[in-house]
Design a protein around this ligand. Sequence first.
Ligand code: SF4
Ligand code: SF4
Length: 361
Amino acid sequence: MDLIKVKADIICHGILANDLAEQIYEHQNPSEMHKQGRYFGIMIKLDGKVSVLANVLYENVEKIGYKLVGNLDNLSLTDLDGNVIAKVTYIDPPKWYDKKTSTNKKTSEIFIDEGENYLHMTYTGCDYNKCNLKCKFCGCGERVNDSTAEEIAEVVDFAKDERKYHVCLGGGTYLPLPRSTENFLNIIGKIREKSKDIPVWVEMVPPTKKEIKRLVECGATSFGFNIEIYDEKLRRETCPGKGAISISEYIERGKYANELLGGNKVGSTLICGIAPIETIKKGIEDLTKNGIHPCILAFRPSENSEFATKEECDTESFYECSKYASEKMLEEGLDIFRNEGCLLCEYCTIMHDLTREILKK
Ligand code: SF4
Ligand code: SF4
């Protein structure tokens, strides 16, 4: 069985909910914070080599092909007829989850331990939501319970020696946009007081070149500037807030950030399952020509989003676009394994797996 195809299928359609999936979720998420679309997500590894953040579903299960069987010490993935496909292991929660900040907050309310060594900031809400300009695929609500820069830096400091972590900052946009930059400058400044070397990847609507320079000087080491939809008209309809900054401006700002950081440090998500495949491929070509890593994500309907009832991405399109992106990156001399943060993490995309496979041939 081709485990990359199985992973693609799991990313698009999830796995069946059962008590084993629930127990793994409980084990991995002591504070019940989760970013996955429907219900919940668990991080598992197939045959010790293919990692996936699997969405676990209770309903809309017609397209699901897999479930977990066995027990927590001897776990397998099977098809729905019970044929074993792979041995399954899962990551344990880190020790820093047991700590609390000096303000008495649980660390897992500030960062989620994801993809083995990524500290992913929890989503606190997005200001585009307040003015009805939210991206239609996004389930993010209004901003609640922001963590302070001091709390964020404290948790990074707790975590940094346990694994070779990368910090993934994001968690929604502040408006007006310069407030997002100021917010990240404040956070990165505090992180750098205690943690000099940890990679800090920032996912944000691309700020001006002057602001990018300030962020890099402050200690940002990589960026995700997410175009999402590579068609201006469809993008403005789907992402009315961030669609106000054009695709060409995203690319210009991404190129500039990459120049400052020495290359292979800027990426952009392209969502598969909303725009036609040809549009996504055009995006892949333009991004890779400009040194920006495309990150192909599968559209999955999120609760609380306008696209909640829209059809999810099909496995074949997701696989085709991901393969095209992996090939184009290699053709343009881009190295997926030198990026950072969510662009290096293997749990939400199949591009790392495909790149390894292409390089082996
Ligand atoms: S910018 Fe769009 S995708 Fe990002 S958090 Fe806001 S609404 Fe969601
Ligand atoms: S790619 Fe990012 S969002 Fe996905 S599991 Fe990894 S750290 Fe989390």
